[in-house]
Design a protein around this ligand. Sequence first.
Ligand code: ATP
Ligand code: MG
Length: 273
Amino acid sequence: MTINGKKHLNHFSLNYPNVAIIDPPDAVERIHNRVSMLQVVNGLKIPSHNENFSIPKQIVIYDCESLSDPSNTNTLQFPVIAKPLVANGSATSHQLLVVFNTDGLNGLKSPLILQEFVNHGGVVFKVYVVGEFVQCVKRPSLPDISEEELGTLGGLLPFSQISDLTSQGHDTMHIEKAEMPPSSFVHDIANGLRRAMKLNLFNFDMIRDTSAGNRYLVIDINYFPGYAKLPSYETALTDFFWEIVHKKPSEAASLEIKECQDSSSDGRGPQLP
Ligand SMILES: Nc1ncnc2c1ncn2[C@@H]1O[C@H](COP(=O)(O)OP(=O)(O)OP(=O)(O)O)[C@@H](O)[C@H]1O
Ligand SMILES: [Mg+2]
């Protein structure tokens, strides 16, 4: 059954008043677009830390002809990553390219976003969220691109070929050595995103700027990611679902997300932590 939009959701909830809506479809839809996905990060307020977070500079291109006008792209510094605007799990929406100079812009297909590539030591921090459960893991990422290399590279390269650029591409020592971001910082961002997006089951990718060790950039948010890569995912997910199934509507009334989704008025049943 497809639930596509609020009208259907309300209809569904009225017919099945004891069914809990874990995450509303319109909130999931928001992270299927790489612009609205990261807007939420820009608006996020968390307690102060020595670390700060933002998103990489990016622009959206709806029409590739506009790429031939330098005034549309000269706010960005090369290299940039070209990402399809839509990020919905389809194979084409995850075909990314690194563009090294203006020549490379000719080979792109719209609609897309152009996002500045930030050197980050070849490590991405993947933060998994399951309700109030938060866990950060390190994973290999693209290698840094030096200014010297940049001058020698062609117009653009698909991601699959980037890891061959440097010897770091196949070496995992740098991942083991990489320091984790402070746990309280990660938790504050995760909880802030969970509330702002009104989603419980997602992960986000964060990188640490090599040139400023306390600067983190959120680059991607995925709904219901492959949790199998997360150690202990079975208990995190079963605890979460157990709590939902056993939570009475009256208990749910005091939960934070309830502020944003009034279940008593639309008959959706219990809302979630
Ligand atoms: N701005 C950036 N600077 C440097 N590296 C980046 C940047 N954006 C993305 N990357 C690298 O590219 C990878 C894929 O990017 P991203 O997650 O945005 O694409 P995706 O298609 O949504 O990927 P996935 O299918 O893993 O969710 C990241 O994990 C990271 O290694
Ligand atoms: Mg993604």
